[in-house]
Each structure stands twice: as structure tokens, then as C-alpha cells.
Design a protein around this ligand. Structure first.
Ligand SMILES: [Zn+2]
Length: 408
């Protein structure tokens, strides 16, 4: 008995059992047994459709429908999740790609070009702070020092790979973006716009760029009762001022966000003035100019507040992604596909990073969004209506029919 007649929602439900937890969350972090179990489940679905399945040196799962003679079109997303994540983020794109292949085959469609379905390794990056690992490798970007990064248990990325039978030094052999001619990705919106407007399909026009930082403010740990307020060097107070200043800046600008999402203070006693505050900053903008302004703002704000609070400052950039304009021709193809499928659609930018933002720097790329209930993601509450995910898959298949029919 195969899953041949199942809906996309049925497949997502089955997949969510792998790494599934009480309360509905799903945990399949990078290089974990759960993630590889998901690979094996999806790999079986791919083989049922006659795809050639492999896992490349960067841990990307690739199923190739070797048909036609042109340059392959790739469709992908990711199967890894954040801890306690949802059932749709990433999984939707991979599962729908498999279903789209099935639909095209059922229709007797004969592509002029091969089709690759890809699940990229470690899109989320929560375990090793190495987000987009697989798509980075796929586009041939250097891995820098990521091999030495450790997870919460002190395991290095290099060792976690080795445990699963992978060698970090061989990752460069996964650089195959030159072999493909276009890239498509279906994803949940992870935002509230489509639901609020009652629209089924988001046609993504651009993906925001972002800058990540790690900040350490160092003051003086001291007695909470005997140290006069004006003599304190309170690192947490400095961090709080930074968080609020960035929030105020982003609030009065269109398409800009700022977030302080992780903070720890030392020594961490209820009756001790915090001597050290370590925290992260994540800022995003839709344009290159907006990002440059944000970089300047972060540096200036953190430096000014550290000086005013008499704190020593370490500001370390940890992450940089440039904004990406998606391919105008493919964006128009997605819109046509939505019309063909009778789905309502609107254009919108993506505020979240995706594998498409790396692959799309090398080949024409487009993204399709389906509505997220309540705009919630990275949570067990993440949900998209079964009818919406089915429509999303249909629009993906219809877009593929256009792309695979000619070597554009
Ligand atoms: Zn995702």
C-alpha cells in the first residue's frame, strides 16, 4: 500500500510523526537521527515515483526525475525544524514538490527538462548557528569556521556530521548550483498578510536581507543593596536600552525589523547587579540601502549606550544575508499558474530568509506562499489549511509545467 492517493495534508501528517512530540510540536534538528528518518521517509516517496535518490556530501536530500534533455529545474525547501517547531515550515515545500511530480506524472506530462526535488540540510541553523548550511554548500560558498561551532551539548558540527557518516572537508563536492537552470520553493507565509486578506497564494517578489550580531556588555557585578544607583555599571540595563532603541527605530520605518531574541546575564543573582550581558541582535530590511543604514544604526546605538552606561563593549557580526529580488519571469509564471488553478493571488515580499535567497543569487528563482493561520510559525501552533496547501501544490505543479516545457 503506497501513499499514492493521499493529499498533501495527509503526507504532512505522516511526516510530522517523525520527531513528533506530545503537544503537536516537531523536533528534527540538523544532523539528528530524526532528520535522517524524515529523509528516508521522503526518499521512499521519491523512489515510488521513479526518482533517483541521493544524499550529497552536505547532507542535502536530492531526488532527480531524470527526464528530458535540458538543464534541470530544482524545487526545494527543508525538512529540518527548530526545536518544538511546526509541521509545515520547510516540510510543506518538500512534500508538495513530491506531490507535484506525482501530479505531472499522473497527467502524463512529459518534461523537456529533468526535475530535481531537494531538501536542504540545516536551513534553520538553531543547533549550530549555521543556518542555510545545505544551500550554502549547494551554491559553493565557503563554510568558514562552522565546523568548530558547538551545539548545546558541546558537540561540534564537524563531529555531528562524522557521527552521521559525513565529512566536513568533502562538503565542497555538493556545489552543484551550476547544474540547474531554475529554482522554485513553496513555503508557508509565516506571517499574517494572506490570511488577513483572504488570499490563497502569495507570489513572493523579494526576500529581505538580514544582519545578525552577538553583543557582550561588561560592567561590574556588585551588591544590589549597597551599590548606589548612580554608581552602578549594570550590563542588563544597557542591553535593555539597546533593545528598546532598536525597536523604536524599526517601528517608524516601512519594511524594517529589529529583534533582541536571546539574552543571558552574569552572575545571575536576584540580589546582584548584572555584570555581564550577552545578547543577540537580528535586523532586517528589504533593500540593500536599508540594510546599510541598519548596520550603521546598530553600531552607533550600541556604542553610544555602552558609553553612556559606562560599559565595555564587544560587538561581533555573526550573520549576513543580502536581500534578493526574485526573477521577474518566474514571478510572472507563478501568477499565471495561480490563474490556471483558479487561485486568488497577490504579490508580497518575504520577511523570513529561505534557501531560495541563496540559490536565487545564481539561478532564476521564485517562491510561492500559502497562508499561515494567525501568522504563527516555529511553534506547534503553526497551521495551514489542508485546502490551502493543496492549492499551493497545484500552483507549484502548474508553474513547473511551464518551466519544464521549455529551456528558458
Ligand atoms: Zn522554512
Amino acid at each position: 500500500m503506497t501513499t499514492h492517493q493521499n493529499s498533501v495534508a495527509d503526507s504532512l501528517e505522516s511526516l510530522a510523526q517523525i520527531g513528533g512530540e506530545l503537544g503537536g510540536g516537531v523536533t528534527r534538528v540538523a544532523w539528528s537521527p530524526e532528520l535522517f528518518a524524515a529523509y528516508s521517509w521522503v526518499g521512499d516517496r521519491m523512489r515510488e515515483l521513479g526518482l533517483e535518490v541521493e544524499i550529497d556530501a552536505a547532507g542535502n536530500l536530492i531526488g532527480r526525475w531524470e527526464t528530458g534533455t535540458g538543464t534541470p529545474v530544482a524545487v526545494g525547501s527543508h525538512l529540518d525544524t527548530v526545536p518544538g517547531g511546526g509541521r509545515f515550515d520547510g516540510a510543506l515545500g518538500v512534500v508538495s514538490a513530491v506531490h507535484a511530480v506525482r501530479r505531472l506524472q499522473d497527467e502524463g506530462f512529459e518534461p523537456d527538462r529533468p526535475l530535481w526535488v531537494i531538501a536542504f540540510m540545516d536551513e534553520e541553523g538553531t543547533r549550530f548557528n549555521a543556518a542555510l548550511f545545505g544551500s550554502r554548500a549547494f551554491i559553493g560558498e565557503g563554510m568558514g569556521d562552522v565546523g568548530d561551532r558547538v551545539d548545546a551539548d558541546g558537540v561540534t558540527l564537524r563531529d555531528a556530521m562524522a557521527v552521521s557518516g559525513f565529512d566536513l572537508d568533502r562538503v565542497d563536492t555538493a556545489a552543484r548550483v551550476g547544474d540547474i537552470g531554475a529554482y522554485l520553493e513553496l513555503h508557508i507565509e509565516q506571517g499574517p498578510v494572506l490570511e488577513a486578506e483572504g488570499i490563497e497564494i502569495g507570489v513572493v517578489t523579494s526576500i529581505v536581507g538580514l544582519r545578525g550580531y552577538r553583543v557582550r556588555l561588561r560592567g561590574q557585578a556588585n551588591h544590589a543593596g549597597t551599590t548606589p544607583m548612580h554608581l552602578r555599571r549594570d550590563a542588563l540595563a544597557g542591553a535593555a536600552r539597546v533593545a528598546l532603541a532598536l525597536r523604536d527605530y524599526a517601528r517608524c520605518r516601512e519594511g524594517v525589523t529589529a529583534n533582541v531574541g536571546k539574552i543571558s546575564v552574569e552572575p545571575g543573582g536576584a540580589n546582584v547587579v548584572p555584570g555581564v550581558a550577552d545578547f543577540t541582535i537580528d535586523v532586517r530590511a528589504a533593500t540593500a540601502g536599508g540594510l546599510t543604514e541598519l548596520e550603521r544604526l546598530v553600531e552607533e546605538t550600541v556604542t553610544r549606550i555602552a558609553a553612556e552606561e559606562n560599559l565595555e563593549l564587544d560587538l561581533e557580526p555573526t550573520f549576513a544575508l543580502e536581500p534578493l529580488e526574485l526573477d521577474a519571469g518566474l514571478v510572472a509564471s507563478v501568477e499565471r499558474a495561480a490563474r490556471t488553478e483558479g487561485a486568488s493571488a497577490r504579490r508580497l515580499p518575504s520577511g523570513a530568509g529561505h534557501d531560495a535567497m541563496l540559490v536565487g543569487r545564481h539561478v532564476p528563482a521564485a517562491m510561492i506562499f500559502v497562508p499561515s493561520r494567525g501568522g504563527i510559525s516555529h511553534s506547534p501552533e503553526e497551521y495551514s489549511d489542508p485546502s490551502h496547501v493543496e492549492v499551493g501544490m497545484g500552483v507549484l505543479a502548474a508553474t513547473l509545467r511551464q518551466c519544464l516545457g521549455s529551456d528558458r
